[in-house]
Design a protein around this ligand. Structure first.
Ligand code: AMP
Ligand code: MG
Length: 466
């Protein structure tokens, strides 16, 4: 028997001490109009069909208790107090399967944490988050999801003038960030910190024993796995500040992110990342840096004596590298169809990457060509073929593994821009078409060169979605 779709909102987060949130209502907008609604996701969540008034913040769904969450963060290595300046959490939806997901409006007007910001969002960046987050989900990468984008009938004022305003509904396992722990630590309130850690454990790590070091290690493990998954599809987050790292292990806060075309570890897309802090090849060390900030925040939980607490942290943080390499190597083996393990595999993989860098080869299409037998034979290809012969698996098994480990389609920058430009002008067809292609990224039988070819343009830049 299927239950009728309905809002079933709970509010476990608001049982935390008051420092972690402020109650605030969305500010109604002039003319809510649904631009895109994720029907499949709504069904998973057990939510009723689209209602522009609710997803614009003009009406509250039954059981909503809107809040803005407080957090701090290291932004480009500088510590600062933050909080939801343009997001409001409606509550935690309990799905028909019994799972719990935050339902958050992004762009619903000012909150006590807005500072000089207007609390609003523009249509382009919200659609961008919708496209990229749904593409990531289809690629099998843990991520927040996008349920709806509604235009407001109002303009938001940015450097480039007046832009159509919009509200995105984001769905997340939770919005607890490294920065949330930093917020509690900055208040020097061990009780609040302990409550946050326990809330996090019950919500995301219920199988982990009630021990802060074990919790930290579990968080680290999920981050190592997540960053490896990003690296394996050429994803560049672009703004890995500690407030943009979720304890759930989901990718969160899609701002100036993009997928790499030609393989180059130094690739940066974000216009504000002038020093390449968040470059493709830096993402694992940065994740570890962020986890070190988390460990610092958790010190009072590790041990009451600070020196001993630091020793605990120093014993944990270095383990990240090994865990990341483990996940990355396992993923790379799958991409190359290697179903056994040889010590030399790491060298074989690195030599391919070096070759790609030298040739300026497209990351996605190189692996897709290998998976579909369209890679032109060279010295490396001969070595790889010899390696495949040393395992018992059939060519068919290898091909199957490679086809589901290497996408044919990623959100190509020019296709995303094209779809957003059309949507800004009122034509949603290119966006719908793009979403359809990206929903099935491992379909190597679909010949759609328009969606699989890189743009060829030299340096693509993305901008923060503010
Ligand atoms: P982000 O760079 O998106 O992670 O945002 C960093 C901080 O700036 C967060 O606290 C956001 O809530 C806040 N913020 C971003 N844009 C706005 C805006 N238009 N109005 C108010 N706060 C904002
Ligand atoms: Mg953020």
């Amino acid at each position: 028997m299927t239950e009728p779709a309905s809002w079933r909102l709970e509010h476990t987060y608001t049982r935390l001490p008051e420092m972690f949130f402020t109650e605030v209502e969305p500010t109604a907008v002039k003319e809510p109009r649904m631009v895109i609604f994720n029907h499949a996701l709504a069904a998973e969540l057990g939510l009723p069909e689209d209602d522009a008034a609710i997803y614009a913040g003009n009406a509250l769904p039954p059981g909503a208790r809107p809040i803005a969450q407080a957090y701090a963060g290291h932004q480009f290595a500088h510590f600062t107090g933050l909080g939801d300046g343009r997001a409001i959490l409606l509550g935690e939806q309990i799905t028909p399967a019994g799972d719990r997901f935050d339902i958050q409006l992004k762009g619903p007007g000012p909150t006590p944490y807005s500072r000089r910001g207007d609390g609003r969002a523009a249509l382009g960046p919200m659609l961008r988050e919708y496209v990229i987050s749904e593409a990531m989900h289809a690629l099998g990468i843990p991520t927040t999801r996008s349920l709806a984008v509604v235009t407001t009938g109002e303009k938001v004022w940015r450097q480039d003038g007046g832009l159509p305003g919009a509200v995105l509904t984001r769905v997340a396992a939770s919005h607890i960030r490294v920065g949330t722990f930093e917020w509690a630590a900055a208040h020097r309130d061990p009780a609040a910190l302990r409550a946050l850690a326990e809330h996090t454990r019950q919500r995301h790590y219920s199988d982990v024993e009630n021990d802060p070091a074990a919790l930290f290690e579990a968080v680290m493990e999920r981050q190592a796995a997540l960053i490896a998954k990003w690296m394996l599809v050429g994803f560049i987050h672009g703004v890995m500040n500690t407030d943009n790292m979720a304890l759930s292990g989901e990718t969160i806060d899609y701002g100036p992110c993009a997928f790499m075309d030609a393989y180059d570890p130094a690739t940066v897309f974000s216009s504000i990342d002038r020093n390449g802090r968040y470059a493709y090849g830096n993402q694992a060390p940065i994740a570890q840096w962020n986890l070190a900030r988390l460990a610092e925040a958790m010190l009072p939980l590790f041990h009451e004596d600070e020196k001993q607490a630091v020793e605990v942290a120093n014993g944990l943080i270095p383990r990240f590298e090994g865990r990341f390499k483990h996940h990355w190597l396992a993923g790379m083996r799958a991409k190359l169809g290697l179903m056994t393990e040889e010590a030399e595999d790491a060298v074989l993989i690195q030599d391919l990457l070096d070759w790609m860098k030298e040739k300026g080869a497209d990351f996605t299409n190189t692996f897709a060509a290998l998976a579909t037998g369209r890679f032109e034979s060279n010295e490396w290809h001969l070595r790889w073929s010899e390696r495949l012969k040393r395992q018992a698996q059939t060519a068919d098994e290898v091909s199957q593994l490679m086809r589901r480990s290497n996408p044919a389609f990623i959100p190509r920058n020019h296709k995303v821009e094209e779809a957003l430009a059309a949507a800004n002008g009122g034509d949603l067809n290119p966006l719908q078409r793009l979403l359809t292609v990206l929903a099935d990224p491992f379909d190597h039988t679909a010949e759609l060169p328009e969606f699989s070819e890189p743009s060829g343009q030299g340096s693509y830049q993305t901008f923060c979605g503010t």
